[in-house]
Design a protein around this ligand. Structure first.
Ligand code: PLP
Length: 383
């Protein structure tokens, strides 16, 4: 019997090696990896520049406390601040921790407590971020929840306008709901959020943990829209597999996170930040992001063509290299058939196949994946 808590429904695959888009299992089977971990390996497996940065840092030292100066943290924070148009960065170890920092900062800066989030959102599994998450299934048995979270339907302007009031510290949203099934926000909804936040002095927090770091073709997904967040959070793609999260906020929020108010032993650890610096140098180049946009358009266009006659498919949606294929039935059997055929994809909720390929995927790798998806989704299911 396994000595691990069975918290994950694991696949029957154990990786032996992985490089770029290719993952080879201990049984020698080769897979095309369209999962990037879960939207983590935006540069693919074993990326040489990340490996080099990490190795160089390991050879210098791999931990000192945050009592020491760090020009590495400073440089990396500056890149995140510049790319987002925000001012200050706090480094954490994960997405949930970045969101925890954002929630704490919003409460402290506003002196208010209510946080408004969306139904079907996902913000993490710690107590605050679980409470922030608008999905009952992740809360079962863990109550009572942290108080003062209120949930509104995604893209419902009226509900949002009613929920935000003088007690509201922040509205927290994903501009593309990832775990919730790849749902893209509407500009008019963002307009309503911005107006309400302005009216009541509430902060706007955008959870960019899955959508950030080039995933949608911009440094951060909010940059596709006309919106000015006060805080954004990042994690998944930031370290290309090394554990790191970041909370990025406006400079005016600095005074509320003074020395001793928040912290983390491992947050900003040199090895993870070295990985992040290498990642940002690569991804935040205009030329790199331009290619991501082109490949994402190719993916969407070819996928739509390939699946236009499939009776299984209800809708294809997404932004950049974040694509959801909503099917008429539970997608687990499709996912398993794709694995048998050597393609790894994810699901998002019961009915959505989710593609999060590395941003470095080539057109020919995209073609191969689409061919396999077409084959599986063309099969008539006999129930
Ligand atoms: C994955 C994810 C999180 C949680 O990140 P962890 O690193 O697992 O704590 C939070 N928000 C969004 C949008 C995510 O996709």
């Amino acid at each position: 019997m396994s000595s691990l808590f069975p918290t994950y429904a694991r696949w029957n695959i154990e990786p032996e090696t992985a490089n770029g888009m290719k993952l080879i299992s201990t049984t020698g089977k080769e897979y095309l990896d369209f999962t990037s971990g879960i939207g983590v390996l935006n540069l693919g497996h074993s990326h040489e520049k990340v490996k080099k940065a990490v190795t160089e840092q390991l050879n210098k030292y791999w931990h000192v406390s945050n009592m020491f100066q760090s020009s590495l943290q400073e440089r990396t924070a500056k890149m995140l601040a510049d790319a987002s148009g925000l001012g200050q960065v706090f480094f954490a170890n994960s997405g949930a921790e970045a969101n925890e920092a954002a929630i704490k900062l919003a409460r402290k800066a506003t002196g208010k407590s209510k946080i408004v989030t969306c139904l079907q959102s996902f913000h993490g599994r710690t107590f605050a971020t679980m409470a922030a998450t608008g999905q009952e299934k992740i809360k079962i048995g863990f109550g009572p929840m942290l108080a003062s979270f209120e949930y509104v339907p995604f893209n419902d302007n009226d509900a949002l306008e009613t929920a935000v009031d003088e007690d509201t510290a922040a509205v927290m949203i994903e501009v593309v709901q990832g775990e919730g099934g790849i749902h893209v926000v509407q500009q008019s909804y963002l307009d309503a959020i911005q107006a309400q936040c302005k009216k009541y002095g509430s902060l706007l927090i955008i959870d960019e943990i899955q959508t950030g770091i080039g995933r949608t073709g911009k440094p951060f997904a909010f940059q596709h829209f006309n919106i000015q967040p006060d805080i954004i959070t990042s994690a998944k793609g930031l370290g290309n597999g090394l554990p790191i999260g970041a909370m990025i906020g406006k400079e005016t929020l600095s005074e509320f996170f003074s020395a001793g108010s928040h912290g983390s032993t491992f947050g900003g650890n040199p090895v993870s930040v070295a990985a992040a610096e290498a990642v940002l140098k690569e991804i935040f180049q205009l030329g790199f992001l331009k290619e991501v946009v082109e490949k994402a358009e190719y993916l969407e266009c070819e996928l739509t063509k390939a699946l236009k006659d499939s009776e299984e498919v209800k809708e294809i949606r997404g932004l950049g290299m974040m694509v959801g294929i909503e099917c008429k039935q539970d997608v687990q059997s499709f996912l398993m058939k794709l694995q048998e055929d050597g393609l790894l994809v994810l699901s998002a909720g019961p009915n959505v196949l989710r593609l999060l390929p590395p941003l470095t995927a080539t057109k020919s790798e995209i073609d191969t994946a689409i061919k396999k998806i077409k084959k599986v989704l063309a099969i008539k299911q006999t129930i």
